[in-house]
Design a protein around this ligand. Structure first.
Ligand SMILES: [Zn+2]
Length: 226
């Protein structure tokens, strides 16, 4: 399942561009920060989203599905190279509480290995698919050296599938230190993102990664945030 041929490619990534550290310079205690997060990729529409984020000098956090990283390793590498944060969103997008301890550990660990082999980065954050989690899942995530990252606001972009509605929902949800859940695999979300980014910046938001938002107070393995 794990792709050894990709090891060489990830070794070539050891020298990441300086822009990777850019958002770490933003102090969210002093300025108005907001974290945009994108789940379920990498997908077909992710590269267009990366372009929009770069153009707006915005950083985001991507919770990646292990099997999709295997399908689109180059896109996963692009996410990291552009300075965004990445997290684990399981290997098969499984609803974790229904599974045995071993199956949950497998979903998390295999994804850790796949992401590390492809990008050279081992995630420190995970987000449970469908937001379904419990104390047992959190404990097993802690054993896998992962913090659980939830959200302050969801957009239901996957069900809206309408650019105007998605834009209105995101702008209504936006607040200082918020964490907004969206999906880079929803074409309408990606399509309307340049307009959303423009408006958020106009409102004075600094668009940062989740670790930047946490201001050095995490993510700590086994802890749950937001
Ligand atoms: Zn998901």
């Amino acid at each position: 399942m794990v792709i050894h041929a990709l090891l060489a490619a990830s070794l070539a990534l050891t020298a990441l561009p300086a822009q990777a550290a850019q958002s770490a310079a933003v102090d969210c205690a002093r300025v108005k920060c907001l974290a945009l997060t994108f789940d379920d990729g990498p997908g077909r529409t992710t590269p267009a989203l990366l372009k929009a984020l770069s153009k707006a000098r915005a950083k985001a956090t991507f919770f990646l599905v292990g099997k999709r990283v295997e399908e689109r390793p180059e896109v996963a590498r692009q996410i990291v190279a552009r300075g965004h944060a990445i997290g684990n969103h399981t290997y098969s997008h499984a609803s974790l509480p229904a599974h045995s301890d071993n199956d949950i550990l497998d979903e998390l660990k295999v994804t850790q290995d796949v992401i590390e082999e492809v990008t050279g980065r081992r995630p420190t954050m995970f987000r449970p698919p469908y937001g379904q989690t419990d104390e047992r899942v959190l404990g097993l995530a802690g054993q896998t050296e992962l913090a659980q990252i939830l959200w302050t606001d969801t957009t239901l972009d996957w069900s809206l599938r309408d650019t105007k509605k998605i834009k209105a929902t995101v702008l209504k949800a936006a607040k200082r230190d918020g964490v907004i859940l969206m999906h880079d695999v929803v074409p309408q979300t990606v399509q309307v993102m340049p307009e959303i980014l423009k408006e958020l910046k106009k409102r004075g938001y600094h668009l940062v990664t989740v670790p930047t938002l946490l201001r050095g107070k995490g993510p700590t393995p086994g802890e749950s945030y937001f």
